[in-house]
Write a protein that binds this ligand. Structure first.
Ligand SMILES: Nc1ncnc2c1ncn2[C@@H]1O[C@H](COP(=O)(O)OP(=O)(O)OP(=O)(O)O)[C@@H](O)[C@H]1O
Length: 237
């Protein structure tokens, strides 16, 4: 369950996003460059503090301006996968994977290392350093590392943007599998229609900092308004 109400005023840019959805699965966050996608993800992650509102994930409140709740990012237990993986270069794949996991008390872990290695097909990579991995392999390790913190929510900010088509097609099935095999809500920022069509159950459309549309993927895709926005984005890609 995702229940967010976010308001933030930057000098020349206002963000106002209100969304509530009982589902799990992958929700794509879509919008033109500069529409506010990363700002929204950063507020949910706790990296940026909203001016007011609330953030409740699976009945757990991590931010509420009225109740003066603002849980620190590392205590929110949200996994965050960035565009470029951001693995620790001096650690092996195995040590990268277990880095965040060790910070989570054993009785609060609900994802095991074997499960992640299997799900993301990492067994042959465990002793390698990040420098010896392909882009797609790095992103799979980054996803595994985020999952092993047993997160309540997975935030993915254009996780495939730095990969070529072949690598994207290698990683996409794994992301799809995450959403079906594990009951974690995923917020997935992307500009790519291919990715949305393949993995997203729901879509949120952001424009100028506001939520312009939200709903099931097929319903949003058939909106005239959406065609306009995708036309603009297709130019970017
Ligand atoms: N720390 C900040 N201070 C001032 N303005 C900011 C700050 N962070 C973001 N903004 C404003 O928010 C707007 C939205 O930026 P954001 O990075 O969230 O967009 P985006 O949709 O993720 O863009 P892209 O697709 O290009 O990554 C920017 O145009 C910028 O004006």
């Amino acid at each position: 369950m995702i229940d967010i109400n976010l308001a933030k005023q930057y000098k020349e840019f206002e963000i106002k996003v209100r969304y509530s959805c009982p589902d799990i699965g992958i929700t794509a966050l879509l919008g033109r460059s500069g529409s506010g996608k990363t700002s929204v993800i950063n507020m949910i992650a706790g990296l940026t503090r909203p001016d007011n509102g609330h953030i409740i994930i699976n009945d757990r409140c991590v931010y509420d301006s009225g109740k003066k709740i603002h849980i620190a990012p590392e205590k929110r237990r949200f996994g965050y996968v960035f565009q470029e993986g951001r693995l620790f270069p001096h650690l092996s794949v195995m040590s990268n994977l277990t880095y965040g996991m060790k910070l989570v008390p054993v009785d609060e872990r609900y994802i095991e290392i074997d499960q992640v290695v299997d799900l993301l097909d990492l067994s042959s990579l465990l002793n390698r350093r990040p420098a010896k991995l392909s882009g797609g392999e790095k992103q799979r390790v980054a996803m595994g590392r985020a999952l092993l913190t047993s997160p309540y929510l997975l935030l993915m900010d254009e996780p495939l943007a730095s990969l070529d088509e072949a690598r994207k097609n290698e990683v996409l099935p794994f992301i799809k599998r995450l959403s079906t095999n594990l009951s974690i809500p995923v917020l997935y920022v992307t500009h790519s229609m291919d990715e949305i069509l393949m993995i997203a159950k729901k879509i949120l459309v952001l424009s100028h900092g506001s939520l312009k549309a939200a709903g099931k993927t097929r319903d949003i895709l058939s909106m005239d308004y959406f065609q306009e926005i995708t036309g603009a984005m297709a130019l970017k890609n």
